[in-house]
Write a protein that binds this ligand. Sequence first.
Ligand code: NAP
Ligand code: G4F
Length: 384
Amino acid sequence: MSKKVALITGVTGQDGAYLSEYLIKKGYVVHGIKRRSSLFNTDRIDHLYQDPHEETRNMILHYGDMTDSMNLTRIIGDVQPDEIYNLAAMSHVKVSFDTPEYTANADGIGTLRILEAVRLLNLTNKTRIYQASTSELYGLVQEIPQKETTPFYPRSPYAVAKLYSYWITVNYREAYGMHASNGILFNHESPLRGETFVTRKVTRAVSRIALGLQKKVYMGNLSSKRDWGHAKDYIKAMYLILQQDTPDDYVISTGVTTTIRDFIKMSFSELGIDVMFRGVDEKEEGYITNINENIFTKIVGEEHLLNFKKRIGEVVVGVDPAYFRPTEVDILIGDNTKARTKLGWEPTYDLKALCHDMVMHDIELMKKEEFLKNGGYRILNYFE
Ligand code: NAP
Ligand code: G4F
């Protein structure tokens, strides 16, 4: 039997990497679209790379861009995929306020380019399409928790672009009978998460603070709440959505919501460090109250304990309004009943397990001598 062929846009991103690995294990041939970059941008998928001279490859990369119709059409025509996972996007909400036109082009019209290419190439009966929709669509939430029938109210150029993608996917499904579905995914994180999203920014910073490499981290809105799951669970939902006989739209979430403040506390406590917060708004700050010496010694290392104990009482988290967004999404919490009942999907990681996975990864990363020698910690852009 010939192998199933999947095409993944955004293959170099967090979800693209986990999904590629998952599909290859299932016996797929995976084609991925990556952007040309002046630096290597394939770190997350390098372990899957195969020399082009190998005869039987199950991972093949193509240069492409969501803003280039001809390029996308040519790739889809060449690959003739059974399944397309459209994961490519300018995915940072705050950055979308700085690059609204580009975000609309890549995240909105980009989806139309994929759908229309499939139609023009007469692949409507062959190719199933997954569109990476988002809980950001709910924005100023009209209902708690949010489910498939909850009205959308996007609050950023990113979310507005994704709203177009959501509806154009529904429209192509209804107009042309295409197997095109939306996964409305709530925030999902992992050790592969981009460094400027809040969870990864925190798990990297707490690791560096514990090792004495950084004094303090500056954050934005500490009170917003997110429904965080593990990306490894969420890519399985993408796959399941495309295995259904009929296309449909699904909320993928954990059903639990937590403030940024509490995620910061959880992350420090993974390393045996207790942090409390005082003050409000821009004056809010987090300071060290206690250390669990056993946990700290075991994970961070005995050689750092003495120095760290001197820091009890020190402020390690501050607020910088530069990270505030012009319009914020205050609370997201998803009702995943439809996914549980129709797809048989459920999350296997709770937030504690996710946080543990990320902090353990980052503490090891920061300990690596090579990483430090290379100046591996990049100062995060002031506005992200
Ligand atoms: P990510 O790590 O930021 O990855 C985005 C991917 O898109 C990267 O491979 C990136 O390439 C690529 N890309 C960006 N602009 C492109 C363009 N113009 N042409 C071609 N490729 C482009 O995002 P993620 O967390 O994996 O999320 C995957 C998708 O799900 C995104 O569409 C995101 O909006 C959506 N989503 C994410 C979440 C979440 O919590 N993670 C939740 C809901 C929906 P480079 O590597 O070269 O930058
Ligand atoms: O981690 P974030 O940047 O993710 P956000 O904005 O929720 O978007 C992510 O999830 C969406 C799904 O709902 C995806 F569609 C999207 O592509 C992306 O993956 O911010 C989460 C919250 C926000 O309320 C933000 O204001 O954390 C708050 N926050 C507080 N301080 C911060 C910071 N966010 C970032 N990035 N950096 C901060 O310093």
